[in-house]
Design a protein around this ligand. Structure first.
Ligand code: ADP
Length: 447
């Protein structure tokens, strides 16, 4: 097992990883930017080291500085968390070259799955159903339009290097094509330095269903059931739950097997997520794989009684999986609400600032992952997610009731948050009866 792990991240996920390491008897090093001197992860780790100015490019995205900090503190592995460098194959390769263990899959696997178009083609070869669409890259708007015309509208154009909803446009008719394709491509060039696009058929009102998988270095691959992440705003998840009420035991087995096949097709090693779209006729399509731990991993932990971060660290330390497929039983129901420092009345504009007062509830089946505290100043430079509220109960209606009660008790003063908006969704009749798809927020709240 590792002696010391450096955590190349910040916020609640850095804190989550520090806690897991402590439980495993592993020492921790936090890296922090000048804006994060007072941050919780900086304070909780055994050692902390400042790696640069506030902007991410000068700190949490600065590979050389992170590697130097690892060498200086004699850490033997780096946990990248999510976001930042977690899916950066160059960074994973740099770690490999410097003989530092990157806690995640190899650079080669990240590359294979990180390029969405290549991942699609790998999946087609492995007999995994993908959304109907192009196999070849599309660079040119004229060719793109010809393909879309033949495919039939609506279509969705996507950047091959895309992520976080960027470089993606839904196109409803031929007249909208040129403008939207060019915008998506420009966004991709600006965000990812890549003009490679592809086109998929747009699936009407799907659910976003993703499968958590675990794979060790000995060829063992298992799945831990699904998460339903259909409640999204502008393609960004807001509420996640497990299990999904749209998935029968039979469908779970079927999709789980496909997810395992997808992971095996790239000889995957680590924890990871296979994302699918599920249409109204229960047909499912591979969308992409995330080769890292996800924000919403906690809901899977709650219903399976596992610890995905500890398992991810053990896999990286070359230990076999501690679970077999038959050990994984999904019990009860878990829901997560992401609480962001943002203003729903001003188009969800980020709202950094000082937390002047707060109250975080606890209780039976309540889990709150956060790194904020009273007096903490949320810096404006990073993601606006400040709190993950998770609840666990015997079934979905009880979990919803519990979430309503917990959200009603949370107090965060000093900054605006989307707490009330989340509360509204939880009280929505259609949400409660499970009538949800990825258009839920747009259709119910006109945004
Ligand atoms: P990103 O990697 O940028 O998050 P994804 O490819 O994972 O992008 O898609 C994000 C969301 O966009 C999905 O959860 C879904 O809501 C929507 N989406 C993506 N592709 C399609 C499609 N072909 N049809 C319908 N919705 C889609």
């Amino acid at each position: 097992m590792f002696n010391k792990i450096l955590i190349a991240n910040r916020g609640e996920i850095a804190v989550r990883i520090i806690r897991a390491c402590r439980e495993m008897g592993i020492k921790t090093v936090a890296v922090y930017s000048e804006a994060d001197r007072e941050a919780l992860h900086t304070q909780l780790a055994d050692e902390s080291i400042c790696i640069g100015k506030a902007s991410s490019t000068d700190s949490y995205l600065n590979m050389e500085r992170i590697i130097c900090a690892t060498i200086a503190t004699k850490a033997d592995a780096i946990h990248p968390g999510f976001g930042f460098l977690s899916e950066n194959s160059k960074f994973a390769l740099l770690c490999e070259t410097c003989n530092i263990k990157f806690i995640g899959p190899s650079a080669k696997i990240i590359d294979k799955m990180g390029n969405k178009l290549e991942a699609r083609n790998t999946m087609i070869k492995a007999n995994v159903p993908v959304v109907p669409g192009t196999k070849e890259p599309v660079y040119d708007v004229v060719l793109g339009k010809k393909i879309a015309d033949e495919m039939g509208y609506p279509v969705i154009v996507k950047a091959s290097s895309g992520g976080g909803g960027k470089g993606m446009r839904i196109i409803n008719s031929a007249v909208e094509f040129d403008h939207n394709f060019s915008n998506a491509q420009r966004e991709s060039i600006n965000s990812f330095g890549d003009n490679t696009m592809y086109i998929e058929k747009y699936i009407a009102n799907p659910r976003h269903i993703e499968f958590q998988i675990m794979a060790d270095n000995f060829g063992n691959v298992i799945h831990l059931g699904e998460r339903d992440c259909s409640i999204q705003r502008r393609h960004q998840k807001m509420i996640e739950e497990s299990p999904s009420i749209a998935i029968t035991d039979e469908l779970r087995t079927q999709m789980g097997e496909v997810a395992i096949r997808a992971a095996k097709a790239v000889k995957y090693q680590s924890v990871g997520t296979i994302e699918f779209l599920l249409d109204k006729n229960n047909k499912f399509y591979f969308m992409e794989m995330n080769t890292r731990i996800q924000v919403e991993h906690g809901v899977t932990e709650l219903v399976t009684g596992t610890d995905l971060i500890r398992e991810q660290i053990s896999i990286a330390a070359n230990l076999p999986l501690s679970y077999k497929q038959e050990d994984i039983l999904i019990r009860g129901h878990a829901i997560e609400c992401r609480i962001n420092a943002e203003n729903p009345d001003k188009n969800f504009m980020p709202c950094p600032g000082k937390i002047t007062n707060m109250h975080i509830p606890g209780g039976n089946g309540v889990r709150i992952d956060t790194a904020i505290y009273t007096g903490y100043e949320i810096p404006p430079f990073y993601d606006s997610m400040i709190l993950k509220v998770m609840v666990y109960d015997r079934d979905r209606p009880s979990a919803i009731k519990k979430m309503i009660s917990v959200l009603g008790e949370v107090v965060i003063e000093g900054v605006s948050t989307n707490l009330d908006f989340q509360y509204k969704i939880l009280n929505n009749e259609d949400f409660q009866s499970g009538k949800v798809d990825t258009h839920f927020i747009q259709e119910h709240y006109d945004m």
